[in-house]
Design a protein around this ligand. Structure first.
Ligand SMILES: [Zn+2]
Length: 82
């Protein structure tokens, strides 16, 4: 039986802003977070991260998705560059 407390912990640990911040620099931007997009040649933080919806979206190159999409895509990019 999973306690409500455990579910909350899992949710907190899987927070998209926290996880993305392990890979790139994330800045708080009001209720959301923003970051320099790793998926195109970005200079201004174009990547917007919604903690509320647990999604990210880049307004320049259009990449977006959930935390799993981000990690998968990010690891592909770094793999290609390595
Ligand atoms: Zn982008």
């Amino acid at each position: 039986m999973i306690k409500e407390e455990d579910i909350q912990n899992i949710r907190r640990q899987a927070d998209i802003a926290d996880i993305i911040s392990h890979y790139i620099d994330v800045q708080k931007n009001g209720r959301n977070y923003k970051a320099v997009c790793p998926f195109h040649d970005d200079h201004d933080p174009s990547l917007s991260i919604s903690r509320e919806k647990q999604i990210y979206k880049c307004f320049v190159c259009g990449s977006g998705g959930n935390v799993f999409t981000f990690v998968q895509k990010y690891e592909n990019v770094s793999f290609t560059e390595a």
